[in-house]
Design a protein around this ligand. Structure first.
Ligand SMILES: [Zn+2]
Ligand SMILES: [Zn+2]
Length: 183
């Protein structure tokens, strides 16, 4: 079976975690997990681990990739956003239920105890939330580039303050009026 990213490199069988085998690409470091293998592992391991908070130190991850085809059944795989502050996607085959992880993605998930939640990640509930989070992140980046980081912090503070006032409309009118002292 060949690597779905490198195409010509053959995957070699390895161990991704205790009791979890995967097919590993020696070139790009990606891992292929068969759907059944993952389910078996989740059953043994349980998926009860509480999510851990993000760390500042981060692993070197692959650049967001192009769509890939399942190395097993050739179906075009679907990308699922991980979210929760992790900016990468996982590839999932809806045919054979296999999962493709690029280099270090398993490790990054494991650091957060999200490696046992992949089946939940593939639900529309999780995906809606992850996409909302990604949109918000994009908007924040736009505001920061438009206003600068300091002014963005300040205007957010003012917005929050306005939201706590019952006479918000009046305060806004004062703020935007060219000459609030003209009769
Ligand atoms: Zn590869
Ligand atoms: Zn497949």
């Amino acid at each position: 079976m060949n690597c779905p990213v490198c195409k010509t490199t053959e995957l070699i069988s390895g161990t991704l975690d205790e009791n979890l085998t995967s097919m590993n690409c020696p070139d790009c470091g990606g891992n292929w997990i068969r759907g059944a293998e993952y389910w078996k592992w989740v059953e043994q391991h349980g998926s009860e681990l509480a999510e851990r908070v993000p760390e500042t130190e981060s692993l070197s991850l692959a650049e967001p990739g192009l769509p890939i085809d399942c190395p097993e059944c050739r179906f075009r795989m679907v990308k699922y956003l991980v979210g929760r502050g992790l900016g990468f996607s996982l590839d999932h085959c809806q045919g054979c239920k296999g999962i493709w992880l690029d280099r270090n993605e398993w490790e990054a998930l494991k650091k957060r105890n999200l490696h046992d939640d992949l089946n939940t990640m593939f639900t529309s509930f999780w995906q809606t939330e992850a996409h909302r989070e990604a949109r918000k992140k994009r908007m924040i980046d736009i505001y920061i580039s438009r206003f600068g980081a300091d002014d963005y912090t300040e205007i957010k503070r003012i917005r929050w303050w306005l939201d706590t006032k019952t006479n918000k409309e009046e305060l806004m009118a004062y703020l935007t009026d060219r000459d609030p002292y003209a009769a």
